[in-house]
Ligand binder design. Structure first.
Ligand code: SAM
Ligand code: DTB
Ligand code: SF4
Length: 335
């Protein structure tokens, strides 16, 4: 059996993560099987050993190029393979993006994440997004991009433009990857993650739960994330947003305790990562979100929209944070 963590280093510049260990899927499953409150308690203890539990990292998302994507991801409203009625749009211009980024900053976001519905960018797309990244970075925001698969040299160009994070999710258990997405393989994702690391970008990598997976398959997703070496700095855990017209529109609802368990297991296996309570929050009562924060989530998407679907209003999120005595993590721009 292979017991080595999955190396994401291409140029071996980084030392192995001090907590790097290999998580077997069955070990992650054992965590899932713990009595619910014992699991939450264990995760809360680990959270408190590594983070200030009052601090929540806030990322605002913007879709800078929407819809018409050639990939066939079964969950995604932006895929050209599904009939979701979504209106496609061309790349937004830099001034319109900056206006939204300024508002996000004024509302307290520390990171601005830009998404594009591409299989991957073309060389001319990289030039365009590099200009956008430079401009957003100059506002004093952390920058994150999610543009799909990268060719050689692209990650370096994005890094040089001032990109801090690259978001590229593993999305589901590697063993069922091609049940959900047929137009690429899990290995393609690993390749791009390696390129991002090799260029010195920080990695944001997570997945989706609630796609009719079994608990062992949820454990497989978390194990695949925890075995990345180094572990991702940010781990978005999305609850599937069921969109009419996508193949997963009628997926079974996941019980709320199972979602909280997933957050707790992500916290335990990735103690130093920011675990983001990501898509799906509009369907989550406040008490459930509070339980996720107790179980180690310390990041959210903050802003009225995700990419194409709704997210809670910023005012209600501010109120929730007030009620829970949580405050935004302050991002200090270098220099
Ligand atoms: N095209 C790029 C890619 O796939 O990497 C970037 C954008 S894509 C929309 C980013 C992520 O959004 C996906 O990896 C997936 O985790 C998440 N996502 C897409 N549709 C979703 C949905 N309906 N519910 C929850 N998460 C979703
Ligand atoms: C991530 O893990 N979740 C975000 C972000 N990374 C890019 C996207 C969620 C998308 C939800 C569906 C939509 O709004 O289109
Ligand atoms: Fe395209 Fe990304 Fe949506 Fe897949 S998840 S269809 S790659 S935008």
């Amino acid at each position: 059996m292979n017991t080595a963590p999955v190396a994401l280093r291409r140029k071996s510049a980084r030392k192995p993560h001090p907590t790097a260990r290999y998580w077997r899927k069955c070990q992650v499953e054992e965590l899932f099987e713990m009595p619910f409150l014992d699991l939450v308690y264990k995760a809360a203890e680990i959270h408190r050993a590594h983070f200030n539990p009052r601090e929540i990292q806030l990322s605002t998302l913007l879709s800078i190029k929407t819809g018409g994507c050639p990939e066939d991801c079964g969950y995604c409203p932006q895929s050209a393979h599904h009939n979701t009625g979504l209106e496609k749009s061309q790349m937004m211009d830099v001034e319109a993006i900056l206006k939204i980024a300024r508002t996000a900053k004024a509302r307290g976001a520390g990171r601005f994440c830009m998404g594009a519905a591409w299989r991957g960018p073309k060389p001319e797309d990289v030039k365009t997004v590099a200009e956008i990244i430079k401009a957003v970075k100059s506002l004093g925001l952390e920058t994150c991009g999610t543009f799909g698969m990268l060719e050689d040299g692209m990650a370096e160009d994005l890094k040089n433009a001032g990109l801090d994070y690259y978001n590229h999710n593993l999305d589901t258990d590697p063993e069922r990857y091609n049940d959900i997405i047929r137009t690429r393989a899990h290995e393609d994702r690993m390749d791009t993650l390696g390129k991002a690391r090799g260029a010195g970008l920080k990695v944001c990598c997570g997945g989706i739960v609630g796609m009719n997976e079994t608990r062992p398959q949820r454990a497989g997703l978390i194990a695949s994330l925890a075995n990345l070496d180094p572990q991702p700095e940010s781990v978005p855990i999305n609850q599937l947003v069921k969109v009419e017209g996508t193949p997963l529109a009628d997926a079974e609802d996941l019980d709320w305790t199972e979602f909280v368990r997933t957050i707790a297991v992500a916290r335990i296996t990735m103690p130093q990562s920011y675990v983001r309570l990501s898509a799906g929050r509009t369907a989550m009562p406040e008490a459930m979100q509070a339980m996720c924060f107790l179980a180690g989530a310390n990041s959210i998407f903050y802003g009225d929209k995700l990419l194409t679907t709704d997210n809670p209003e910023t005012d209600s999120d501010r109120l929730l944070m007030e009620k829970l005595d949580l405050h935004p993590l302050q991002y200090q721009a270098a220099g």
